[in-house]
Design a protein around this ligand. Structure first.
Ligand SMILES: NC(=O)c1ccc[n+]([C@@H]2O[C@H](COP(=O)([O-])OP(=O)(O)OC[C@H]3O[C@@H](n4cnc5c(N)ncnc54)[C@H](OP(=O)(O)O)[C@@H]3O)[C@@H](O)[C@H]2O)c1
Length: 303
């Protein structure tokens, strides 16, 4: 396993592979025990949740199945998405975090993220909510998800706590935050800066990027591994996998981990054998040539 110092605070030595728990809500307790046990055996010490996953069932079944010492892992959850709207009000943030704690059966969250930007956000209110949760010992660290640099800067201006993480969609079939940096000022689709240079902002400010849906394309449209929508990419994943002695899937995750931003990959598989397979991504390091070759095989240009 590889590790990353979340937010570069020297407080959270998080495994570079985190287990995303969005899809475990339909599993039974025994299955989730096996999923968690496999992740722990592979060296994964970081689990990602949200209040809304499975309508709360993901946190609930995780809480029932988790039996390792609490301080041997980091548990992160998110709040702020409600049916039909976003809600960063003080009341909602506190109530949501407390409900997550109850479902997870724990006294504290290591990290709480704001799930999706709420344009009606009052940053002073968020600061009050975070400080209340921090002072009561219910949440140790705070971060965001799907936010651009100015949104983070605005929030950070009011927060006494440092934003430690930003969770963003990223993987070989979703590379916007890299594309725009490679094609600056070009009249090409890849040159469109949709995120305000979030990758560079996070690196400048020591905010750890967490890559969600690392093997998906589109917005949950499907996975690119083995998909006939990505023939070149799959050929290249296989070629490099053979050289490195790992599966094409592991190469896809190694591609994320190779970036010097020390991105954490939030894998969402619920299949124990796949968790083990993805963990082998940490045993290899892609060369520059391999990294760029995969990037091009995914359909991207280099100027
Ligand atoms: N912040 C946000 O807005 C946001 C949004 C979405 C997700 N997330 C977080 O990110 C985590 C990961 O998201 P995700 O689940 O979409 O990620 P993912 O790892 O890209 O996709 C997981 C899905 O792909 C399948 N899969 C994975 N590898 C496969 C392979 N090699 N062959 C066949 N099927 C494969 C899994 O099936 P099996 O389970 O059957 O293996 C599962 O259905 C979530 O759990 C959540 O914690 C955050």
């Amino acid at each position: 396993m590889k590790f990353t110092d979340l937010g570069k605070l020297g407080k959270i030595n998080a495994s570079s592979l985190a287990l995303g728990c969005m899809r475990i809500s339909g599993k039974d307790k025994k299955e989730v025990e096996t999923i968690i046990g496999t992740a722990l055996d592979c060296g994964i010490n970081f689990f990602d949740h949200a209040d809304i996953y499975g309508g709360g069932k993901s946190e609930e079944i995780f809480g029932a199945a988790f039996s390792a010492p609490r301080d041997s892992v980091y548990i992160q959850s998110k709040c702020g998405i409600r049916p039909g709207f976003f809600d960063f009000s003080k009341e909602h943030i506190i109530a949501s975090a407390e409900a997550s704690l109850k479902r997870l059966g724990t006294d504290y969250l290591d990290v709480l993220l704001l799930h999706r930007p709420d344009t009606l956000m009052e940053p002073e209110e968020v600061a009050e909510a975070f400080t209340t949760l921090e002072k009561s010992g219910k949440v140790r660290f705070f971060g965001v998800s799907n936010q651009n640099p100015y949104q983070m800067a605005l929030l950070q201006k009011y927060l006494p706590q440092k934003i430690v993480a930003n969770q963003l969609q990223f993987g070989l079939a979703h590379t916007g935050m890299i594309d725009c940096g490679l094609t600056v000022n070009m009249k090409h689709e890849n040159g469109i800066n949709r995120d305000g240079s979030v990758l560079e902002y996070c690196r400048l400010n020591d905010i750890t990027i967490q890559a969600w849906s690392p093997v998906m394309y589109g917005f949950f449209e499907g996975i690119f591994i083995g998909s006939d929508k990505y023939p070149e990419l799959n050929k290249e994943l296989e070629r490099i996998g053979e050289i490195k002695g790992v599966s094409p899937s592991a190469v896809a995750i190694a591609w994320i981990l190779r970036h010097p931003a020390n991105i954490q990959a939030i894998i969402g598989t619920t299949t124990p054998s796949r968790i083990k397979d993805y963990a082998t991504a940490c045993d290899i390091t892609l060369t520059r040539e391999e990294w760029y070759s995969l990037y091009r095989a995914a359909g991207n240009i280099l100027p």
